[in-house]
Write a new protein. Structure first.
Length: 640
């Protein structure tokens, strides 16, 4: 900002222009993803694991039922042995004498189930429920077209994964044999994955999803950009993986100079023979990332050179329920810092009817950049993330089940009297996420992923002052059960103006610098300069001038003085003039290109009419101390 002062002898002009004042102002926030500097074309296709109840039972009765010439089936009811109540959500599987799985279903809340047999023969039924031991029925015969009715009484034998020593299971084992601790944990994880695969294959749900795309810094923590798309059309499958045989044959990632494609596993892939034959398992714990949980880690067997995945299925040892899967990509033809950034995660959610769904998922992919120069090297420029969250799951009978809220940030905005401020807009920089505070000033932002967010707020009275409060960085951590909490304090209008003016550096030019001293009741002039499309113009010089008069004692001559300051618009097209006289008419002008203080123009030239491109006249009242003048410049101001 520059202060200008000049004077000349002459008459006083009474010319005034129409004043254009904006009493309220708001900014439309638009976020666009920056142009990528690295290869793209990422593909993320999934299907998810689930788990549910398993029952232990003994066959109480087998009753011959009606016959059907085209099919044969087993119908029955699973009951609690103690209460005789039906057991819902148990996975019932029909197996033959070779223990081949021929069909599965989940029991309803009443305990009823029905499984179709592929052909006449000798079979038995296996009942599985997460956290409980597996049990088998006796073998039974089914003839052509028969329907066999059985009633099963379930006796509960809980399985506990607590107390398992991880240190003794450090060896990575392919298809661990029965009796090992790693086999016990795998058996519980397998039940969950089998239930998830069954839920997905049957198309039990139609999903409303939130697709999330994010850019993060090289550390993978700070969110620099985020875009969200609500997919309202109901989808039968939220995520689909490529066939297991294809992934094992070609790898879980395909990287070329033009495209980077990353593929993730679903429940069917993790349960498949090709995957189990090429990956080994061991137990692990992580007190920092998964406190209290037991992990079933997997990795490719030695000798595999294709792009692969290694990861961990995390279970709650108290009840054996699968919580989430995290994995990383290995054997990638990338520098180590880039390869370490490639990873993924899948979160699971039990549903009231015994099925399981994938609540959220994500894949993270490295974004390489090249350093300029003759010795250019590729480095990690950032991390791109693709993912999704289930908002609602629609059952075929019309029932709607709500998904979780994900990560959350909650808090309150206080006014200058420390009372909750209603109607404040709380938002996350770099995203379109925002929420208005309630009557008590409280707010909550939901469905957030792990990371560090820059959170800020605004209010109509602050928007009018062109005042932007200081943002706050907030960490959303994995598995947080309560929201991250923050508080904002909105300043009084006078304090906001004071801060605006303190942040503006002023450089004086002319004979009497400091004439406009804000301590003498001076006001503040704000404004914005844009083109006709509303695009802000940066670096435009705005002159704010006032007239003052002086009569000399010697000859009574009248002198007219012009006091003026020149301020420059910022990247948002905004300018601020502080220390402006009140209760006087001010001429506010957009200066032509080449007529700024840095263009070697004299003070008289800067104050002349030739310097002005557009001009308005405004008067700041001593009762308000604030005025706003916006300009719309139709073309770039140039010299006349």
């Amino acid at each position: 900002m520059h202060l200008l002062r000049a004077g000349w002898r002459g008459s006083v002009s009474g010319e005034e222009n129409l004043v254009k004042l904006n009493s309220a102002w708001s900014e439309r926030r638009s976020f666009r993803r920056p142009a990528p500097v690295a290869t793209h074309g990422h593909r993320c296709v999934w299907r998810r694991p689930t788990s549910h109840v398993l029952a232990i039972f003994a066959v109480v009765a087998a009753i011959a039922g009606g016959t059907d010439a085209s099919a044969q089936a087993v119908r029955g009811r699973l009951m609690d042995l103690q209460s005789s109540e039906g057991v819902g959500g148990a996975m019932m599987t029909l197996v033959d004498r070779q223990d081949s799985h021929l069909g599965s279903t989940l029991t309803r809340a009443s305990g009823l189930f029905e499984i179709e047999a592929p052909s006449p023969g000798r079979y038995r039924v296996k009942a599985e429920r997460i956290g409980y031991a597996t049990a088998w029925s006796d073998y039974f015969e089914i003839d052509v077209g028969d329907t066999l009715a059985i009633e099963i009484a379930a006796q509960v034998e809980a399985i506990s994964l607590e107390g398992i020593e991880v240190q003794g299971e450090a060896r990575c084992r392919v298809r661990p044999e029965e009796g090992l601790a790693v086999a016990r944990v795998w058996d519980e994880a397998r039940k969950a994955l089998a239930a998830a695969a069954w839920t997905q294959e049957r198309g039990i749900y139609r999903y409303e999803m939130l697709h999330i795309t994010r850019d993060l810094d090289p550390d993978g923590r700070t969110v620099t950009w985020e875009d969200r798309v609500l997919q309202q059309s109901l989808r039968q499958s939220p995520y689909r993986a490529r066939p297991a045989a294809e992934l094992i044959e070609s790898g879980f990632a395909r990287l070329t100079a033009d495209e980077s494609s990353y593929f993730a596993p679903d429940a069917a892939v993790l349960l498949s023979d090709p995957f189990l034959d090429t990956h080994c398992f061991r137990l692990r714990r992580d007190a920092r990332r998964a406190p209290g949980l037991i992990g079933l880690a997997f990795e490719p067997v030695p000798g595999r050179r294709l792009p692969e995945i290694a990861g961990t299925l995390w279970l709650d040892p108290a009840d054996g329920e699968l919580q989430w899967l995290d994995f990383r990509y290995v054997n990638l033809p990338l520098p180590v810092p880039l390869a370490r950034a490639a990873s993924g995660r899948v979160d699971f959610k039990p549903m009231p009817n015994g099925t399981w769904i994938v609540e959220s998922w994500q894949i993270r992919m490295p974004q390489p950049v090249s350093n300029p120069g003759p010795f250019a090297r590729v480095r990690l420029g950032g991390v791109a993330e693709e993912g999704g969250e289930i908002l609602r799951a629609h059952l075929n009978e019309g029932k709607v089940l709500e998904g979780g809220l994900g990560g959350r940030i909650a808090g309150i905005v206080f006014d200058s009297l420390h009372i909750g401020l209603p109607g404040a807009r709380v938002f996350i920089d770099g995203t379109d996420l925002e929420v208005l505070t309630g009557q008590d000033g409280r707010f909550e932002l939901t469905h957030l992923r792990t990371g560090t967010y820059t959170v800020n707020f605004s209010h109509p009275y602050l928007d009018r002052l062109r005042f932007r409060p200081s943002p706050v960085e907030v960490d959303v951590v994995e598995e947080a059960r309560t929201p991250a909490r923050i508080e904002f304090a909105a300043p009084a209008a006078s304090a906001a103006l004071e801060r605006l003016c303190r942040e503006r550096d002023r450089t004086t030019v002319g004979e009497k610098p400091g004439t406009w001293d804000r301590s003498n009741g001076a006001g503040v002039l704000l404004g914005r300069v844009t083109d006709p499309a509303g695009v802000p113009l940066e670096g435009v010089n705005v002159r704010i001038g006032a007239r003052e008069y002086e009569v000399t004692r010697a000859d009574g001559d009248l002198f007219q003085w012009h006091n003026a300051m020149v301020v420059t618009t910022d990247e948002n097209g905004r300018y601020v003039g502080c220390g402006v006289p009140v209760d006087r008419f001010l001429r506010v002008a957009v200066l032509r290109s080449g007529w700024g203080p840095s263009d070697e123009r004299s003070t008289d030239e800067l104050l002349s009419y030739r310097a002005a491109w557009l001009e308005e006249v405004v008067r700041i009242s001593s009762g308000q101390l604030l005025a706003i003048v916006d300009f719309e410049v139709e073309m770039e101001p140039r010299s006349p």
